[in-house]
Write a protein that binds this ligand. Structure first.
Ligand code: OGA
Ligand code: NI
Length: 329
């Protein structure tokens, strides 16, 4: 567990990240700035994304209403094997080495609604959603669609930044049929790193990229150098009208470690905090293997190829409690 004095010395920094203007028609220029941000820390902002403030506010309002329901109501839509539905406080533990309980957050997973006939249950990230009775389905579906549209735009810039064709990630096995999970999150309580108490423990995201919508309550921190001792944490403030974007571990693998998926965590300060991370991954069957432009004779692939669903399933299982524990309650 980290030493308190080290923590105190490190918690006042505020990060200044690149902001990519998605309305800029000079794609080359955007790709150059994006590349620098991805080489540096894999965290940046996007603005002029086209998601209306009204839709974002509505999604946050509905999310607040849901989390305000009694636990008993929320447990009626407890998450299932398809990773859909309600995830209670402590359901996830992202940094077991440094956390005592689990993440002090509750959340709700919404995926792509398309129901694929899957008798073998080996596409755990596709399937019907669970919807609580609070009449929010239309808002959430609309937000999901819009967030995916923005991520596909960012993926074009990422492709250019990786010296690939702009539509490289648009293929059916990649973003033509993506796993895209929207997660409504509610944090409360006061974190104390010296006691192993965190809103969300230090981690890097699992997939390709995350489009993160937050309210204005500070809490998110990034650590640009995970090897540094002590680790230096910098707050990432929310910027009105902009989204935070971060790269995930699958993209780090895909790019042979060239693009970074950076360590981050959330500290609670006693205020309630809401966020909506939108996690994007390629299709279930996509084989994530070193991109052609990221390898050479002197730079062979560092990671073995892995099927997207195999990788994600492992990461979800490792970081969540077993669903069977809820049957005993
Ligand atoms: C996550 C995450 C940050 C936040 O859910 O992976 O890092 O601000 N969330 O909620
Ligand atoms: Ni994260």
């Amino acid at each position: 567990m980290e030493n308190k004095t080290q923590e105190e010395a490190s918690t006042i920094r505020v990060s200044s990240l690149t902001c990519i203007d998605l309305a800029n028609t000079n794609l080359h220029q955007s790709a150059v700035s994006l590349k620098q941000a991805c080489l540096d820390c894999g965290f940046f902002y996007v603005k002029n994304h086209g998601i209306s403030e009204e839709l974002k506010d509505e999604a946050f309002e509905q999310s607040k209403k849901f989390f305000a329901l009694p636990l008993e109501e929320k447990m009626k839509v407890l998450r299932n094997e398809n990773n859909r539905g309600y995830s209670p406080v402590f359901d996830q533990i992202l940094d077991p080495e440094n956390q005592v309980d689990g993440d002090y957050k509750e959340s709700f997973f919404i995926g792509i609604e398309d129901f694929k006939d899957d008798p073998h249950g080996d596409t755990p990230f596709y399937g019907p959603n669970l919807w609580p009775d609070s009449g929010w389905q239309a808002t959430m579906e609309n937000y999901h669609q819009e967030a995916l549209r923005v991520c596909k735009t960012i993926a074009k810039l990422l492709a250019l930044a990786l010296d690939l064709e702009a539509d490289y990630f648009d293929k059916p096995e990649i973003l033509g049929n993506p796993i895209a999970v929207m997660r409504l999150v509610h944090y409360e309580g006061v974190s104390d790193p010296s006691k192993g108490i965190f809103g969300c423990g230090a981690h890097s995201d699992f997939g390709m990229m995350t489009l993160l919508g937050t309210d204005s309550v500070m809490g998110l921190q990034i650590c640009k150098d995970k090897e540094a001792k002590p680790r230096k944490w910098e707050y990432v403030p929310s910027i009105k009208g902009a989204y935070i974007v971060n790269l995930g571990d699958l993209l780090e693998r895909w790019s042979n470690g060239i693009f970074k998926s950076t360590l981050h965590r959330v500290l609670g300060n006693g205020q309630e905090r809401y966020s909506i991370p939108f996690f994007v991954e390629p299709s279930h069957d996509c084989l994530v293997e070193c991109l052609p432009t990221c390898q050479s004779e002197n730079k062979p692939p560092k990671y073995p190829a892995i099927k997207c669903s195999t990788y994600l399933t492992q990461r979800y299982q490792q970081s969540h409690v077993d669903l069977s524990i809820y049957k005993q309650i």
